[in-house]
Design a protein around this ligand. Structure first.
Ligand code: ADP
Ligand code: ADP
Ligand code: MG
Length: 623
């Protein structure tokens, strides 16, 4: 067995790998960047080696430094986690050449599945059904347009080197193709250094179904059933579950067999995932499920498979890497119950899901209600350098309804402040009728739109408690304003303003005690709000946003869609910022005129930079 393991990753996955390694008696070595000097994975590991600056390309993506760290610390093996160097065949080869054990597939398998076009060709040869589309080398825009026309709209343009839901554009009609192609290529070049694309038929009623596979170095390959990852936002998974709702035994047998065939075609060793896209317009049918891509690594959502099979996939990875055969045969693997995972992100659904950075001053995760995989503790920083995931919340129940109920309980119990999260959004998703009925597809979240983004109002009782805490029993501003005395029967309404500028009133019911608090934090169904007294001062304090558009985080301007003096309408895209590996559109908060444009394409901007000012139209008042 491996005695010591270096984990070439950070965050929750580094912590998760360390946990299993420690249980197996393996010494663990963490690596860390400047920003992660105090991170949880560093503290959990037996040893930690500093590998560079905060930006991933100066640390977690520098293979040589990671291999040097392994040498220095005497680690025998390297586990890459997911993301970063996990699907980098050159790094895998360099690890092997350095005489270390690579916890992953053979470099040749990574190469074979690395580019989506080559992988699809290979799968076609192996007899695995693939989505219809164009995989050619000819990248001339006119040629691509002709191919798209002949496939028939809608189509999906995909960067062949893409991943993480980036470098993808759905095109609904021929007239939109050229623009979508340009923007897709721009994102692909920036994110993957490769702007080659393929074109696929856009599957209607699409469901993302994937199969966990596992191979060993003795030629055995098994599957560990499917996961459904159809609940997505902008092609990124939000909630994953296993098994897939509506999957019958026959269809399951067919896609799991196709997955094993795909893995065998690339001589697969270790943990891998075969992703399929299903046309679920008439339920799940084996003849309407096509290979999409293979992820040659451990997947973010592997815990749902662990929950339904009772297996520890990281333990399997480490055993296989050490040359042991797979721990179980296919017929020893069975599905028990239902599991779900929700990804808790540092992002704000109310502002179009912009990432939210800062210190996790208050962090309560529902430890007693769910398995929590996280890389942070209270007081940690969500920095703009890495993936904005705070935690994965994983539940297991006897059936799907039980799993959903548990997931709802867990996500609505989350308390995070002042960093914004999608916890409330996840709770509303768990309560969605179609989701609860198992009627899922990748467009569900987008169709729900504002209904899921809108937080529910706190109830009157909660507001009364907040009011009481703000007013206190003393002689504070509120008492002075309304002329109340200590312990006098309080009956007047208290006006409060929350951090979003919304003013509410609450009746004080009964005497008030304790000192007045300047600000009170209220958590309600996963949603955090901070309240202050709204003391009328002639002018509204903390009025809702003026027309100043600030950069919400450090990033690079990649498109400017307006010019000075231009009239814009509420919601219109002004500037596109690339930050935290994603493109973010900044939009007009109300109808008005561009009165100050301070954004140029290519400029690097810091958080809080004023990018655009929108003024209400001269004649009217902002809506
Ligand atoms: P998975 O299903 O394992 O997430 P993907 O192909 O969707 O696989 O994601 C690939 C990588 O992209 C993951 O390793 C993850 O680190 C990264 N990723 C996923 N979501 C985001 C996000 N919201 N922002 C940035 N990176 C992300
Ligand atoms: P990535 O490498 O970014 O994970 P994928 O090829 O796995 O890229 O696709 C990501 C998501 O995009 C899928 O989970 C699915 O929601 C959607 N998608 C991909 N291909 C298609 C298609 N042909 N039709 C409809 N949706 C698709
Ligand atoms: Mg994928």
């Amino acid at each position: 067995m491996i005695q010591s393991l270096l984990i070439a990753n950070r965050g929750e996955i580094a912590c998760r790998i360390i946990r299993t390694a420690r249980d197996m008696g393996i010494r663990t070595v963490a690596v860390y960047s400047d920003a992660d000097a105090g991170a949880r994975h560093v503290r959990m590991a037996d040893e930690a080696v500093h590998i560079g600056l905060s930006a991933a390309r100066e640390s977690y993506l520098v293979g040589d430094r990671i291999i040097a760290a392994a040498r220095e610390s005497g680690a025998q093996a390297i586990h890459p986690g997911y993301g970063f160097l996990s699907e980098n065949a050159e790094f895998a080869q360099a690890v092997i050449d350095a005489g270390l054990v690579w916890v992953g597939p053979k470099p040749a398998s990574i190469v074979a599945m690395g580019l989506k076009d080559a992988a699809k060709k290979l799968m076609q040869e192996a007899g695995v059904p693939t989505t219809p589309g164009y995989l050619g080398d000819d990248q001339d825009p006119a040629r691509l347009q002709r191919e798209a026309d002949s496939i028939g709209y809608p189509v999906l343009i995909k960067a062949v080197a893409g991943g993480g839901g980036k470098g993808m554009r759905r095109v609904g009609a021929a007239g939109e193709f050229a623009d979508a192609l340009a923007s897709c290529k721009r994102e692909a070049a920036a994110s993957f250094g490769d702007d080659h694309v393929l074109i696929e038929k856009y599957i209607l009623s699409p469901r993302h179904i994937e199969v966990q596979v596992f191979g060993d170095s003795h030629g055995n390959i098994v599957h560990l059933f499917e996961r459904d990852c159809s609940l997505q936002r902008r092609h990124q998974k939000v909630i994953e579950e296993a098994p897939a709702p509506g999957m019958d035994a026959e269809t399951r047998a067919a896609i799991c067999a196709a997955a094993v065939k795909a893995a065998r075609a690339v001589d697969y060793v270790g943990a891998g995932t075969i992703e399929f896209i299903a046309d679920a317009s008439e339920g799940l049918r084996a003849d309407r499920i096509w290979f999409m891509e293979m992820n040659t690594r451990l997947q973010v959502e592997h815990p749902v498979t662990e929950a339904i099979t009772g297996q520890d996939l990281v333990e399997w990875q480490l055993r296989v890497a050490a040359g042991e055969p797979l721990p179980l045969d296919q017929d020893e693997l069975v599905i028990e119950g239902w599991a779900m995972e929700a990804r808790l992100y540092a992002e704000n659904p109310a502002t179009g899901f912009l990432p939210s950075t800062g210190t996790l001053e208050h962090l309560v995760l529902p430890e007693g209600l769910a398995r929590i995989d996280t890389g942070v503790v209270e007081g940690a920083e969500i920095s703009p350098f890495y993936d904005p995931m705070i935690a994965k919340i994983i539940v297991h129940g006897e059936d799907r309804d039980a799993a959903i109920a548990r997931l709802w309980d867990a996500v609505t119990d989350v308390e995070v402040w002042p960093v914004r999260t999608n916890a409330g959004f996840l709770g509303r998703l768990c309560a969605d009728e179609a989701f609860c009925a198992g009627d899922v597809d990748t467009g569900l979240i987008a169709r729900r739109g504002d209904a899921l983004a809108q937080p529910p109002e706190p109830d009157a009782e909660q507001l009364a408690d907040v009011a009481a805490a703000l007013v206190g029993g003393g002689d504070g501003p509120w008492h002075q304003a309304v002329g109340l005395r200590l312990n006098a029967p309080a009956a007047a309404a208290v006006r409060m303003i929350d951090d979003g500028g919304v003013v509410r009133s609450a009746d004080l019911s009964g005497p008030v005690g304790g000192p007045a608090q300047e600000a009170v934090l209220l958590f309600h169904l996963g949603e955090g709000r901070e309240f202050r007294l709204h003391v009328p001062r002639g002018k509204a304090a903390g009025a809702a946003s003026d027309g100043t558009i600030l950069s919400p985080m450090p990033g690079r301007i990649i498109a400017v869609d307006v010019s000075d003096g231009q009239a814009v309408s509420k919601g219109q895209k002004l500037v596109t910022l690339e930050a935290m590996k994603m493109e973010h559109g900044l939009t007009a908060p109300f109808d008005g005129v561009v009165a100050g444009l301070n954004a140029t394409v290519g400029a690097q901007v810091s958080e809080g930079t004023v990018l655009v000012r929108i003024e209400p139209p001269a004649s009217g008042v902002a809506a």
